[in-house]
Design a protein around this ligand. Structure first.
Ligand code: SAM
Length: 312
């Protein structure tokens, strides 16, 4: 199974990372290892790249793709939420750069056979880490109708959440929904034609996004991780985050804003009692987006937003 290299905004990420030989860096989301390759080249001689992915396929691919740089690389088949422990166990107090390129890889979408795409007929799995117990199939077939409504609305911003959950509940009385194709057809059938025919995206796009986010607990893990970022960076170290939809970007934007909050004491107090000091500053005032040429060559770049911040 060949991995395709379609890193989003490679030049922009590289420029903002501001790497130098000897740096210690983390790529939290190796995917096809495109960003990792350019990172490890920039930190030699002497640097270390800690590469993480929760998908075993990405780790296997990284072993091959990054083989020539193996002395500078440590690979971890983990969730990036494990990074504080990985650093502590490696006796690393802080790193110069952390990269998060969120969401799923092209390989997961087109090759993994885990039902990430509504355009394929595959088992409804959607786990990025197949060691986790909960699959999309279990969610769709065993969760209460109300819970499904909430998942589709909260994680997919699907306005027809109730109709879709209702159609699923009806269908699963007849028999379990087992494949991505079956689910895509049920969703498409539940959304009124006059709305779906006007939209540029497939009618099942939002529901598939919602299930993937819920199965992989993507937003909770991102929010928890972001809160710990300043404690993992050295002074002057940078975090670069690429997000692909507004739910992710909102968490990233809010977290970066929180790091910049200084003293919140009421004016006129003789001295600060709140203890708040800014821990990071934003390097990108507005999110960086891909160029038209990149989007034409790689449509996945269309919704990407890059934000970068630096530890003070
Ligand atoms: C968009 S791809 C990364 C592409 C990569 N930067 C490249 O250049 O090819 C996202 C990757 O992040 C991984 N991933 C997503 N959430 C994760 C998490 N919480 N922990 C570890 N890996 C995660 C996915 O398995 C996927 O391989």
């Amino acid at each position: 199974m060949g991995f395709e290299h379609t890193s989003v905004m490679p030049q922009e990420v590289h420029a903002y990372q501001d790497l130098k030989p000897g740096d210690i860096c983390v790529d939290c989301t190796l995917g096809g290892s495109g960003h990792a390759l350019s990172t490890v080249k920039a930190i030699r001689p002497g640097g270390i790249l800690i590469g993480i992915d929760q998908d075993q396929d990405a780790i296997a691919n990284a072993k091959t793709t990054l083989h020539s740089y193996k002395d500078n690389i440590r690979l971890y088949h983990n969730n990036f939420s494990d990074l504080p422990d990985i650093l502590a166990n490696s006796k690393i107090e802080g790193v110069n750069s952390i990269l998060l390129d969120l969401g799923f890889s092209l390989n997961q979408l087109t090759q993994s056979k885990r039902g990430f795409s509504f355009q394929k007929n595959e088992p409804l799995d959607m786990r990025m880490d197949t060691r986790n117990p909960l699959t999309a199939e279990e969610m769709v077939n065993t969760y209460g109708e109300k819970d499904l409504v909430e998942i589709f609305f909260k994680y997919g911003e699907e306005r027809f959440s109730r109709r879709v959950a209702g159609a699923i509940a009806k269908q699963r009385i007849i028999g379990p929904i087992k494949t991505s194709d079956e689910l895509a057809k049920i969703v498409a059938g539940a959304i009124p034609k006059k709305f779906s025919s006007k939209q540029k995206i497939h009618p099942a796009t939002r529901v598939f996004q919602a299930l993937r986010i819920a199965v992989n607990q993507e937003l909770e893990l991102l929010e928890n991780f972001m809160a710990k970022v300043p404690s993992m960076l050295t002074k002057g170290g940078r975090i670069s985050i690429i997000s692909f939809h507004s739910l992710e970007d909102r968490i990233v934007k809010q977290s970066l804003k929180n790091f910049q909050v200084g003293c919140t004491c009421p004016r006129g107090l003789p001295q600060c009692v709140c203890g708040f000091v800014p821990s990071m500053k934003s390097i990108t005032r507005k999110p960086v987006i891909a160029t038209r040429e990149e989007i034409d060559a790689n449509p996945m770049a269309r919704s990407a937003k890059l934000r970068v911040a630096q530890k003070l």
